[in-house]
Ligand binder design. Structure first.
Ligand code: ARG
Length: 304
């Protein structure tokens, strides 16, 4: 009788060479299988912003999640905002912020800084982070290959703040088909060639629609849509598009959450399958949302 047979006969349990943590890890991987199969070769547009852009650990987790999603064949497009870097540079350069009705006025000088910081620095940091995790990212902004054309918002009352007038995703298709991750700054030219700063959620939503994306995912600093804004346990996990509209009408969705939900609604109405509002303050929120059954935030379903 060899040692193992002796142990089996004596009723002593063999010490497995793997730990409980390993078991959890493989069961999570196994739970992910149907989603990996379902989302392979599909497009997911991720709006990257908030705390997940500021905190180094969170940042690393997001970029690693993006590399993982891309490595299993999901076609990822990242759209990013500026984070606090724009303000830091405006301050360093002694440019005083001017506000109207709580919104920053983007004059030409401010726009120069926005463009330099967003396109030159923030964008390249994200690209480099994804590259470091072994996927290849390409940094772009709305100006490249006419990806986005801006229209000056509200007749110019806030300066060079724009909305999306046109989208041309021709450049993105070959990049995505080759497995690159396009990382896009929300800066775009108006038809007369002036750079505008556009809200990154809006850009992500419009790109998702134009790309026929499977999902739009907004990384935010909230758990998702809450029934009661002061109670994080009142999270609405899954709703239909029509219910999302009702929540706005009933003013359950209001203030800062409203434009986010409206952006989800617009992309869903244009054919995106699902829009997710998730908490970027939770490490690996992206993987939790995409690869588990229950997800982590609010999923708004377009069809069915
Ligand atoms: N992982 C699945 C998906 O991405 C389900 C996510 C469910 N999320 C939620 N917040 N209820 O489609």
């Amino acid at each position: 009788m060899n040692k193992e047979e002796q142990q089996a006969n004596s009723g002593t349990k063999l010490n497995p060479p793997f730990t409980d943590k390993d078991s959890i890890r493989v069961s999570v991987l196994s739970e992910a299988l149907p989603y990996i199969q379902r989302f392979a070769n599909k497009r997911i547009v991720i709006k990257y912003g908030g705390s997940a852009m500021v905190d180094k650990t969170l940042q690393n987790a997001v970029l690693r999640d993006i590399a993982l999603l891309s490595s299993v064949g999901v076609q990822i497009v990242v759209v990013h905002g500026g984070g606090p870097e724009i303000n830091q540079w405006l301050e360093k350069l002694g440019i005083k912020p001017i506000f109207l009705d709580g919104l920053r006025i983007t004059d030409t000088e401010t726009m120069d800084v926005v463009e330099m910081v967003l396109v030159g620095r923030v964008n390249k940091q994200i690209v480099s982070g994804i590259n470091n995790h072994g996927s290849l990212a390409v940094g772009l902004c709305g100006i490249d290959a006419g990806l986005i054309e801006a229209r000056t918002l509200g007749g110019g009352s806030h300066g060079l703040v724009g909305e999306v007038a046109k989208v041309n995703t021709k450049l993105l298709t070959p990049l995505l088909d080759e497995g690159y991750v396009p990382v896009i700054s929300s800066v775009a030219n108006s038809h007369d060639g002036r750079s505008h700063n556009i809200n990154a959620d809006t850009v992500a939503g419009e790109l998702a629609a134009a790309l026929g994306a499977e999902k739009l995912i907004l990384l935010t600093d909230t758990p998702g849509i809450l029934k009661n804004e002061n109670d994080p346990s009142s999270l609405i996990e899954k709703i239909r598009l029509s219910e999302a509209r009702e929540l706005i009408d009933q003013k359950i969705v209001k203030e800062g959450m409203r434009p986010k939900v409206e952006c989800c609604i617009r992309s869903l109405a244009q054919g995106v399958n699902a829009a997710h509002i998730i908490d970027g303050r939770t490490p690996h929120a992206l993987l939790l949302e995409v690869f588990t059954d229950s997800g982590i935030g609010t999923m708004v379903m377009g069809r069915g």
